[in-house]
Design a protein. Structure first.
Length: 328
């Protein structure tokens, strides 16, 4: 079989053409997962498998995962024993961030899985997830839009509550897609950026963002910000897309208020996709407004990027200098 890495270590073992999971997991859901390293990390695709759960535990659960990494972050489509009837299973789709459940949706009714054997598949395309469960008697489909901006990762399988599981016929495939933003003018060798910075922020942080803008003005750094560029009667989406097209950097102003802003995720998500695809003509730079390292204020996609810190005068001055020099 292909090269599989399991978390915790040795919680999954390839035996011939079968992947076997046994022993204890970890975390609140006593989970253990295995990802395929040979196929590698990608953004959009499909993973499917035939799974059999041994049923030797009072609570059992297993399924497939995508966009997984070694930091216990992944999206899972799985079945788990119903709380009210051990003979039925709930079908769920969940996003996990460092092992912590971030979002959850499920079928409205539990299902029967004869012999605890089923075929399961998950197709993931941008933020849209389509999961399908096929048993001996029924087929069930669950479609959901995951709130997190899509990020690349590995595919594999997961089991919960230390369930004993065997998996066969695992199939993993990547689905290609075009960048979200329109392409640059093909006749132009280098993209033009009238603005150095596109400021993506929560409206609740406007007071602090105005201080950032003042620093940009003093350093002669050109910027795009919604409240200055979008006038009454303008199409909001069209103006934002125009601003993204014309800006070299997307500076995401981090705070706990940002997490609730769907607009911000849409703004920097398009540019991040291009970065993941190898396009470095634009970059996303996180700027912490409050200096917090709390994971609740740092979107998963931005967690491994070097952040600027508005509350650290030396660090912020270096950030301003970087923007000033790069805009020459």
């Amino acid at each position: 079989m292909s090269n599989w890495h399991s978390f915790p270590n040795k919680s999954w073992s390839p035996i011939g053409k079968v992947l076997s999971g046994f022993g204890n997991g970890e975390g609140a859901y006593i989970s253990a997962y295995a990802i395929n390293i040979d196929i590698g990390s990608f953004l959009n695709g499909r993973v499917s498998a035939y799974i059999r759960i041994a049923g030797d535990r009072p609570i059992n659960g297993a399924g497939v995962i995508c966009r997984a990494n070694e930091m216990r972050s992944f999206v899972a489509f799985y079945v788990v024993t119903d709380d009210t009837s051990p003979d039925l299973y709930g079908v769920r789709l969940a996003a996990f961030k460092y092992g912590k459940l971030e979002s959850l949706v499920g079928l409205k009714h539990s299902i029967s899985i004869p012999n605890r054997q089923f075929h399961i598949s998950l197709q993931f395309f941008s933020g849209e997830m389509i999961g399908e469960i096929i048993t001996e008697t029924e087929t069930h489909t669950l479609t959901y839009l995951v709130p997190e901006i899509p990020f690349p990762g590995n595919c594999g399988v997961v089991r919960f509550y230390s369930s004993s599981v065997t998996v066969q016929k695992i199939q993993i495939e990547e689905i290609k897609m075009k960048p979200i933003l329109p392409e640059e003018d093909e006749e132009s060798e280098q993209p033009t950026h009238p603005f150095s910075v596109f400021l993506s922020h929560s409206s609740a942080d406007k007071e602090v963002v105005l201080k950032v803008i003042n620093a940009f003005k003093k350093a002669n750094i050109s910027y795009w910000v919604d409240h200055e560029q979008i006038k009454f009667g303008d199409g909001i989406v069209a103006k934002i897309e125009e601003g993204l097209q014309k800006s070299k950097y997307v500076v995401v102003c981090l705070s706990e208020k940002l997490i609730t802003s769907g607009w911000c995720r849409a703004e920097y998500g398009a540019i991040l996709y291009r970065e993941f695809s190898g396009d470095t003509s634009r970059r996303v730079i996180p700027l912490s407004l409050d200096g917090s390292n709390n994971s609740n204020s740092i979107p998963l996609l931005l967690s491994d990027k070097l952040r600027a810190n508005f509350t650290d005068q030396k660090n912020f001055s270096e950030f301003i200098q970087f923007l000033h020099e790069s805009s020459k």
